[in-house]
Design a protein. Structure first.
Length: 199
């Protein structure tokens, strides 16, 4: 692992580096998923270098993007990010992208998103996170529900697909709800168990 911020079972998150720019540009150039419109626009490695450099210059940061890497060999799978961070009111938007298509649908994106939520809520102490999903993208909407987000609203006719306008769905998750869900999934041992006592 190289400069890890948060570590999971199979992947870890680290800050994006200038050396990642060429690989991110290649992922973007080969993106075929129509729901990933912003990643399907041609961009050179130099453009991504400028993006990474500008992001690291922000004080305090408005955007934090982290590389998703495999623990076993440091392969860069994609990135997750916090966007439009409001440090006063403690909220931000989240986003994620698995650029290597052979790793989609295998839980890597979900694991990375859980690590991002841990970083946002436990390390940055944000209060609420939101995420926008294009309505036809049922897979991303289902993933957000699995990650603990709840439906929060929609905006009408904001995106065009095949000549038809589509809605965008809003999901959000509160820190207290995320902590409660985490504690239910990983209950703390009782004091007797901690002391090694048995009934």
């Amino acid at each position: 692992m190289r400069n890890p911020l948060v570590v999971g079972q199979r992947v870890y998150l680290r800050p994006l580096e200038l050396s990642d720019a060429a690989e991110i540009a290649w992922h973007a150039a080969t993106e075929a998923e129509t729901f990933m419109e912003r990643w399907r626009r041609p961009a050179s490695p130099l453009a991504f270098e400028h993006w990474i450099t500008d992001m690291h210059k922000q004080r305090p940061p408005d955007t934090i993007c982290l590389a998703i890497c495999l623990i076993r060999d440091d392969t860069l799978l994609g990135d997750v990010g916090l966007h439009e961070i409001d440090w006063v009111h403690r909220h931000a938007e989240t986003g994620s992208w698995i650029g290597l298509k052979e790793y989609r649908g295998s839980g890597y994106g979900t694991e990375a998103k859980h690590l991002l939520l841990e970083y946002a809520f436990e390390h940055l102490h944000l209060h609420v996170l939101s995420s926008w999903v294009w309505e036809p993208n049922a897979r991303s909407a289902a993933a957000l529900l699995k990650q603990g987000y709840k439906p929060a609203g929609r905006t009408k006719w904001t995106e065009v697909q095949h000549g038809y306008y589509r809605d965008t769905l809003l999901f959000d998750v509160l820190r207290e709800d995320w902590l409660a869900a985490r504690d239910r999934a990983n209950p703390a041992p009782s004091s007797r168990e901690e002391m090694g006592e048995h009934g």
